[in-house]
Design a protein around this ligand. Structure first.
Ligand code: ATR
Length: 290
């Protein structure tokens, strides 16, 4: 890839960012399309966010991804929001349109596209979401527009209740929304007639890679299991679900789909999912090798 004075710069802001797979995924996609674009990661501390966003305008940075801890706090510094970002109050993608910075969120759309890619339509389904942190919020707000029923199970029940309340108040939510503590009894009761189970807790990623968020006896061949953890690519939950013959969707697929939507916003071109997926898998494998 030749960098020139005309190369358009895209990047990621967050803290931390050094382990992100996005630079590999996006640069592979730019190269594949022959685009004169480059993608880099910028570590931006919480207290430096406003300055960083001013810098985007003055440096003419073309587009950004936004990750933890800035997805919500970045909003006051932007010039506009697309519809979904407005409704969810969260931004993970910024496009610089002649110094006007427009915020988008591709997390939820990425989740829906990943489900549909695997032949799963979330419409009118009962979806059980484990976890009530940032990842859960991003996907649940968008899935609530499609599903019939959303159940949020979380270790800290007050956080699940707060998120459920937000979903209920959210004016396009037709789904019935419940919040409960994540424990054996509630998991059994809610998962037994669920169509889709989403793990949005950090259980399954190192150092808790051998921990499953729910008992494997609750998994069935007709329960779609969607994992947001992407490292390892196949978590214990996905492995056990696959053994039961369930449709499984891994966190890397979700990461690639949301990245593809960002790519399309910045370039106006269709992203190659195969190229992005291969870059993600290769990078993860080389990180594991050390
Ligand atoms: P993210 O942005 O990845 O969602 P987060 O906001 O820190 O990260 O959320 C982590 C989620 O994993 C939370 O739902 C957390 O539950 P609590 O709200 O009770 O903290 C969940 N989680 C983390 N460790 C857990 C554990 N050992 N058992 C159950 N849930 C856990």
């Amino acid at each position: 890839m030749k960098i020139s004075g005309k190369t358009k710069v895209c990047g990621l802001i967050g803290d931390p960012v050094e382990h992100s797979l996005s630079p590999c995924i996006q640069n592979a996609a730019f190269r594949h399309c022959g685009l004169d674009f480059v993608y880099v990661a910028f570590r931006v501390k919480k207290e430096e966010l406003e300055e960083a966003i001013c810098g985007v305008r003055s440096l003419g940075i073309h587009g950004l991804n936004v990750t933890t801890p800035h997805k919500i706090n970045v909003i006051p510094y932007l010039d506009g929001l697309d519809d979904t970002a407005k409704k969810t109050g969260s931004v993970n993608t910024i496009m610089n349109k002649n110094k006007k910075l427009i915020g988008y969120t591709t997390d939820g759309l990425g989740a829906i596209q990943a489900l549909r890619y695997r032949g799963v339509d979330p419409s009118e389904k009962k979806i059980v979401i484990l976890g009530a942190g940032g990842a859960s919020r991003s996907v649940s707000l968008v899935l609530a527009m499609h599903a019939a029923e959303i159940v949020i199970l979380n270790r800290t029940v007050t956080k699940a209740e707060k998120l459920a309340e937000e979903l209920r108040l959210y004016h396009e939510t037709n789904a019935s929304v419940k919040a409960k503590e994540l424990n054996k009894q509630n998991a059994r009761q809610e998962i037994k007639d669920a169509d889709i189970l989403i793990n949005a807790t950090s259980l399954g990623m190192p150092p808790q890679e051998n921990v499953m968020p729910v008992d494997s006896s609750l998994l069935r061949s007709d329960l779609v299991v969607f994992e947001l953890v992407y490292e390892p690519c196949e978590t214990k939950l996905l492995l056990e679900a696959r053994k039961k013959g369930a449709v499984t969707i891994d966190g890397l697929t979700m990461l690639v789909f949301q990245g593809a939507v960002s790519f399309e916003i910045w370039t106006g071109k269709k992203a190659s999912l195969e190229v992005m997926m291969k870059a993600a898998v290769d990078e993860l494998a080389s990180k594991i090798k050390g």
